[in-house]
Design a protein around this ligand. Structure first.
Ligand SMILES: O=c1ccn([C@@H]2O[C@H](COP(=O)(O)O)[C@@H](O)[C@H]2O)c(=O)[nH]1
Length: 233
C-alpha cells in the first residue's frame, strides 16, 4: 500500500501553429488538466504561448530538455522561473554538476517548479544505446541516470513505463516519474521503442503519462483523451 497520487494525463501539444494548438485545446475542453509545450511550439511562439496556455487554466509542463554547461542551464532555469510553468525537463546526461546548478537556480528562483531529468529517451532501444557506446541495457542506464539525478536534488524523472518497477523499488513512491511512450492497445508505436498502455503505466506507478499523437491524430481527440483517462482510474 502506498500513498501515491492517482496517475494523471498530460497532453503533448505537438502541433505546428498556435491556432491549431488552441483549436485542439478548445476541442478537448474538460478532458484535460495538463498540457506539455515542447520544442515545436516553444521555438515558434516562446514565453507568450506558455502564458496563453496557462491563462486558459491548464497546468503547464515545459519540455525543453535543457542540456548545456552548468552555468547556461542554470541561467535558463532562472529565466523560466518567471513563467507559469510547473514541470521543466533537462537531460540527466548533462551530468551531476549541470543538474546541481540547475537545482540551485530552481531553489533560488522558482521553488514551486519541479525539475524532471530525462534519462533515456523512449524512442531509444538497446541497439541505439550501443551506437552511442553505452553498453548498459536501457533499464540499467535509466536506473544509473535516475540515481545521479535524484542525488543532485532533482525532483523527478522522465523514462519509459517499462522502467517503473525497478525505479519505484529503489526510490519509493516520492519521486515524480513522468512517462511518455504511451500507446493505447492497438495504436501505432510511431518511432517510440519502449512503450506501454495507459492502464499498465498507471498500474506500474507512473505519476503522469504523456500522450501526443494517439490523441492529436485520433478521429475524435476528446473521445481518445477520455478513453485514456478512463484507463487511469
Ligand atoms: O523520453 C522521452 C521524452 C519526451 N518525450 C516527449 O513526449 C511526447 C510523446 O509524444 P507521442 O506523440 O505520444 O509519441 C513528445 O512530445 C516527446 O517529445 C518522449 O516521447 N520521450
Amino acid at each position: 500500500m502506498t500513498n501515491r497520487k492517482p496517475c494523471q494525463l498530460i497532453l503533448a501539444l505537438d502541433l505546428e501553429t498556435r491556432e491549431e494548438a488552441l483549436a485542439m485545446l478548445d476541442q478537448l475542453g474538460n478532458s484535460l488538466d495538463w498540457v506539455k509545450i515542447g520544442l515545436q511550439l516553444f521555438t515558434a511562439y516562446g514565453p507568450d504561448f506558455v502564458r496563453e496556455v496557462s491563462d486558459r487554466g491548464y497546468h503547464v509542463f515545459l519540455d525543453l530538455k535543457l542540456h548545456d554547461i552548468p552555468n547556461t542551464v542554470a541561467k535558463a532555469v532562472q529565466s523560466i522561473a518567471k513563467l507559469p510553468v510547473e514541470l521543466l525537463t533537462l537531460h540527466a546526461s548533462g551530468g551531476a554538476e549541470m543538474l546541481e546548478w540547475a537545482n540551485k537556480a530552481r531553489n533560488d528562483h522558482a521553488p514551486d517548479l519541479n525539475l524532471l531529468a530525462v534519462t533515456v529517451l523512449t524512442s531509444m532501444n538497446e541497439s541505439q544505446l550501443r551506437s552511442l557506446n553505452v553498453q548498459a541495457t536501457p533499464e540499467a542506464q535509466v536506473t544509473h541516470l535516475a540515481e545521479l539525478s535524484l542525488k543532485a536534488g532533482i525532483q523527478g524523472l522522465v523514462c519509459s513505463s517499462l522502467e517503473l518497477p525497478p525505479l519505484r523499488k529503489q526510490f519509493g513512491p516520492d519521486p515524480i516519474i513522468v512517462t511518455p511512450g504511451i500507446r493505447p492497445a492497438g495504436s501505432s508505436a510511431d518511432e517510440q521503442k519502449r512503450i506501454m498502455t495507459p492502464k499498465d503505466a498507471a498500474a506500474a506507478g507512473s505519476s503522469y503519462i504523456v500522450v501526443g499523437r494517439p490523441i492529436l491524430k485520433a478521429p475524435s481527440p476528446a473521445e481518445a483523451a477520455e478513453a485514456i483517462r478512463a484507463e487511469l482510474t
